[in-house]
Design a protein around this ligand. Structure first.
Ligand code: SAH
Length: 349
């Protein structure tokens, strides 16, 4: 069976090339060309017989763009095809300082949060490190970017479909690959990993020696209410999550972020704001409020922009560092898993 070339690290390519008896500099050429998004047929600096041989054993792409959707606000959504015909999605956001790409780490998701489209059909499978990287490389090439200083994507967020810490080894492998100096080389400091709060894996990540931003989807300051919207809350308490965040800060020196999706009447009242302030005040953290993108298969409703600013005001008045994320891409099924869900419905795949 063919392997995904992007699954291999630079060192693994060096080893592979040594085993084939080819000259060692070929490893650097191939690794770079793969991170530029080239197919083997386009790697013209490599002798054709060797290229052909590589093409027999490997797929050069980890993911290919099969559909793009542009939002009126400039956000662009991508549907990626994988070698086994599964699809995942990504979202590209343009900010003043450059592009941020949101990528998926799993096909579907096991977490089944009450507001999210990704978990509607459960987990199909994990993505490999090279498939996650393939999403970044495909979009970087689509934007006309190259490797190193010529890359177009500056930031990556692991906030697409899937729970990154439920696919731990491949996610960490991806973080190392994407920041490899010989490749696309996106700084780990510009990468945010978002988790629903899988506590033991948060501790493990702190020991990993990767310096990514840790983001935790909190969505409620009360354990009992959090259980209603996030089944994972039955396994780990908010107190345990906060301890794991404090450990992450101790080990990495990096501030952590809480995401909080505002759901009308469910988690956006004064009582919730007060408890959040109590829990988070004086911690080295930031709260990112997100207005719910309503998912038609899910019953929950979002509030108005005014409601969101009111909640934000309560948090900042209480001394928290907090912001309201601009609502982007609503017209293109911007929220996790929505586009894939639509694609599955339309194609029956
Ligand atoms: N599993 C990880 C990462 C994927 S979800 C996590 O839970 O953090 C990325 C973020 O998008 C999470 O904060 C999630 O709660 C949020 N999200 C999911 N569905 C949404 C929706 N319909 N509207 C707004 N935000 C949503």
């Amino acid at each position: 069976m063919k392997k995904i070339a992007l699954d291999l690290s630079y060192d693994e390519w060096k080893k592979h090339i040594a085993e084939t008896g080819e000259k060692s500099f070929r490893a650097t050429q191939i690794f770079r060309a793969l991170h530029r998004g080239l197919d083997f047929s386009e790697m013209t600096e490599i002798p054709k017989p060797f290229r052909d041989k590589l093409g027999e054993s490997f797929y050069a792409q980890g993911a290919t763009i099969i559909k793009t959707l542009k939002s009126a606000d400039g956000t662009e959504k991508f549907l990626f095809g994988l070698q086994d015909k599964n699809v995942v999605e990504g979202v590209l956001m343009k900010y003043k300082y450059g592009y941020t790409l949101c990528v998926s780490t799993q096909v579907g998701c096991r977490m089944n949060c009450a507001f999210c489209a990704s978990g509607l059909n459960g987990l199909v499978r994990n993505l490999s490190r090279g498939e996650i990287l393939g999403e970044v490389i495909a979009v970087n090439r689509y934007l006309g970017g190259d490797v190193a200083d010529k890359r177009k994507i500056i930031n990556v967020v692991l906030m697409g479909s899937g729970e990154p810490l439920d696919n731990y080894d491949e996610t960490v492998g991806f973080l190392r690959l994407v920041s490899e100096p010989e490749g696309i080389n996106i700084s780990q400091r510009n990468i945010s990993l978002s988790t629903c709060g899988i506590v033991p894996k948060m501790y493990k990540l702190a020991e990993e020696g990767v310096s990514v931003n840790l983001t935790v989807s909190l969505h409620s300051p009360f354990d009992e209410e959090r259980k209603r919207i996030m089944p994972i809350a039955n396994t780990y308490t908010i107190g345990e999550i906060l301890d794991a965040c404090a450990d992450y800060f101790d080990k990495t020196g990096r501030r952590y972020i809480f995401e909080y999706v505002l759901i009308k009447g469910e988690n956006d009242t004064e009582r919730h704001a007060e408890r959040l302030i109590e829990l988070l005040k004086n911690r080295p953290c930031h709260v990112n409020l997100i207005r719910l993108n309503e998912v038609k298969e899910r019953a929950l409703k979002g509030g108005t922009e005014k409601d969101a600013y009111r909640f934000l005001g309560l948090l900042t008045k209480g001394g928290l560092s907090a912001t309201l994320r601009r609502k982007m891409g609503e017209d293109i099924d911007g929220a996790c898993g929505q586009l894939r869900q639509r694609y599955i419905e339309e194609t029956g795949n």
